[in-house]
Design a protein around this ligand. Sequence first.
Ligand code: AMP
Length: 115
Amino acid sequence: MTESSIFTRILEGEIPAEIVAETENVFAIRDIAPQAPVHLLVIPKTGEYRSVVELASHDPALLAEVIALAHTVATEHADGDFRLVFNTGAGAGQTVFHVHAHVLAGDLDEKSLNA
Ligand code: AMP
């Protein structure tokens, strides 16, 4: 059995975090190390997909739910405009291999594409 990801442990209440939104299949938390005025993570409850590539190919409807909740939280926590980042692979900065979307919003630097 593979070890639960940090996000599964948050969802199960083993690690404290503020869950800011939740649907049947997806939840959102504040990133512990924010890189933008609003920096939230939107995460499928299932930990079976390591990356957005796996999620898109196996369950595109669940990917659409991730994007819908990203829009919802960007509207609730900022003006509705947002940048969505999926770090994919260690070389791109992915550290948690339970797919998650970074929702960056607020007063973003227009030129920067960095998370
Ligand atoms: P990534 O590097 O794309 O895999 O993103 C993982 C993100 O999870 C990073 O931005 C971390 O700051 C964030 N993170 C790690 N641990 C926690 C935690 N306990 N609560 C909230 N965010 C976390």
